[in-house]
Design a protein around this ligand. Structure first.
Ligand code: ATP
Ligand code: MG
Length: 398
C-alpha cells in the first residue's frame, strides 16, 4: 500500500434553508442530525455524525473505503434539509498537508488527463489558521499548476478543488452531489396524505416531506368490489418514498361499500365529489387518532372535474383540518417530471383498479352545491359512517 496524503475519507454536508433560521436554528439542526443518523442505520457502517460551524461532517471508521464513503453520500442525498453532499478528505491542519492532499486529489482525477482548466477555492472557518484563504488558494493552485501544467480558470473552471479550514481539521474535496433541499422531516409536524395509486399524490407527499412534515399515508381501496391491486401499488409507492423520511406507515380503508351507498343515493353527477368529501371526513377522523395536524392531497387546479375551484371549496368545507395541496399550481407535465425524478412514476403507471372507477358518471358536476352535498351526507349518516370506516382501517408498516 502506498502512503496517501489524503487522510481519511469523510462526507461533508451543506445545510439548506436552516441557515435562515434565527433562534431555533439549533432545534432544526438537531432534528436534521438525528434524521441523518436514522437514515444511515440501514447501511451497516459505523459513522460519527458531528455538527461543525455551519456544516455537518460524517466521519467513517478507520480504514473505511471510498466505496463506503460513496454509499454514505448517496444515502444522505435523500435526506431533506441538505443542499450539497461532498465526499471529502479530512486532512491535518497544516498548510503542507493541505498542499499534498490537493495535489494528490487532482492527480487522481479524470480531469487531469485532459488538461482541464481548474480553480482552488478555500474557506477559512477557523481564523487561527496561519494562511488566509487567498494565500491558501495561491499556494495550492501554484503547486497544481507546476506539477500537472493545468491552466487556472477562476471564472469557469472544469475542476474545482475546495479547501475548508475547520476547527479541528481541514476538508479537501472536488465535486459534490446536490441534496434534496428543504427542511428536516419532522420539523414542521405530522400530516396525513390521501394516497391513491396515481401519479399526483406521491409527488404531493414528497413535496410536503421536504417542507418538514413527517407523513402517514391513507389509501381508500374499492374492496370488496375491487381486487387488492391498488393496495399493493400504494404500498410500493410508500416503500419508494420511505427513503426520504423513514418510519412510514400505510393505512388502508376498505371503501367499496361506502361508495355503493353513495351510488345508491341517486345523485349521479354529485357522486364523485360526495365520495371525495367522505374520504376527507374519514381522513380527518384518522388524522385525529394518529395526531396528524393536516391533510395532504395531490389536487392540481382544473386538472380534472373534481378539481375546479368550486369543487375544491366544497372539499375544504367538509373538514376542519387544513387541506394542503402542494401541486395546486403545477402542470401535469411538471408533476410527471418530478414523479420520474423521485422514482414513483413507473409504479404509478402500473395498471390497477382504482376505487374511483367504481363511480365514474358520464358527466361529473363541476359546480357542486354544498347544500346538495350535505343532503346526501345526511341521508348516508356520513358522520357515523366515517367513524365506522376509520374503525375498519388496516395498518401496513414497512
Ligand atoms: P392522483 O394521481 O394522485 O390519483 P388524480 O389526478 O387521479 O390524482 P383525483 O383522482 O381527482 O386526481 O384525486 C385527487 C386527490 O384525491 C388525489 O391526489 C389523492 O390525494 C386523493 N385520492 C383520490 N383517490 C384516492 C384514493 N383511492 N385513496 C386515497 N386518496 C385518494
Ligand atoms: Mg387518482
Amino acid at each position: 500500500m502506498t502512503m496517501s496524503a489524503l487522510g481519511e475519507p469523510c462526507v461533508l454536508l451543506k445545510l439548506g434553508e436552516i441557515v435562515l433560521k434565527g433562534k431555533n436554528r439549533d432545534v432544526f439542526e438537531r432534528r436534521l442530525i438525528s434524521n441523518i443518523r436514522d437514515a444511515l442505520q440501514t447501511l451497516d457502517i459505523k459513522v460519527d455524525v458531528r455538527k461543525r460551524h455551519g456544516v455537518i461532517a460524517i466521519f467513517l471508521p478507520q480504514g473505511a473505503t471510498t466505496d463506503q464513503a460513496e454509499a454514505v453520500a448517496q444515502r444522505v442525498a435523500d435526506v431533506p434539509g441538505l443542499v450539497w453532499i461532498h465526499r471529502a478528505w479530512r486532512v491535518a491542519k497544516d498548510p503542507d498537508a493541505v498542499l499534498k492532499a490537493g495535489l494528490e486529489l487532482v492527480g487522481e482525477s479524470e480531469e487531469v488527463k485532459r488538461g482541464a482548466r481548474f480553480a482552488v477555492r478555500s474557506r477559512r472557518r477557523d481564523k487561527r489558521f496561519p494562511l488566509r484563504s487567498n494565500e491558501l488558494d495561491r499556494l495550492v493552485g501554484g503547486a497544481i499548476n507546476d506539477e500537472y501544467g493545468l491552466p487556472v480558470d477562476l471564472k469557469n473552471p472544469e475542476l474545482t478543488v475546495f479547501i475548508e479550514v475547520d476547527r479541528d481539521e481541514v476538508f479537501v474535496f472536488t465535486g459534490g452531489i446536490p441534496g434534496q433541499g428543504g427542511l428536516p422531516v419532522g420539523s414542521s409536524g405530522r400530516a396525513l396524505v390521501l394516497m391513491s395509486g396515481g401519479i399526483d399524490s406521491p409527488v404531493a407527499a414528497y413535496r410536503m416531506m421536504r417542507r418538514g412534515l413527517h407523513v402517514d399515508f391513507l389509501h381508500f381501496s374499492g374492496i370488496p368490489f375491487t381486487t387488492s391491486e391498488s393496495i399493493y401499488k400504494a404500498y410500493a409507492l410508500v416503500r419508494k418514498l420511505d427513503r426520504f423520511q423513514g418510519r412510514s406507515r400505510l393505512w388502508v380503508v376498505p371503501f367499496g361499500k361506502a361508495q355503493q351507498s353513495i351510488r345508491n343515493s341517486g345523485q349521479d353527477r354529485l357522486a364523485v365529489i360526495a365520495q371525495r368529501r367522505l374520504m376527507l371526513k374519514t381522513a380527518e377522523e384518522v388524522a385525529h387518532r394518529i395526531r396528524a395536524a393536516a391533510l395532504i392531497t395531490g389536487d392540481a387546479l382544473g386538472q380534472v372535474s373534481s378539481q375546479t375551484l368550486t369543487n375544491i371549496t366544497a372539499q375544504d368545507n367538509a373538514v376542519d383540518l387544513p387541506i394542503l395541496r402542494p401541486l395546486v399550481g403545477w402542470d401535469k407535465t411538471e408533476i410527471m417530471a418530478e414523479a420520474r425524478r423521485i422514482g414513483t412514476l413507473e409504479i404509478s403507471e402500473l395498471p390497477d383498479e382504482d376505487c374511483c372507477s367504481l363511480l365514474a358518471p358520464k358527466r361529473a358536476e363541476t359546480r357542486a352545491k354544498i347544500e346538495d352535498l350535505k343532503q346526501i351526507e345526511k341521508r348516508l349518516d356520513a358522520e357515523e359512517l366515517c367513524v365506522q370506516l376509520a374503525d375498519s382501517i388496516q395498518e401496513y408498516t414497512l
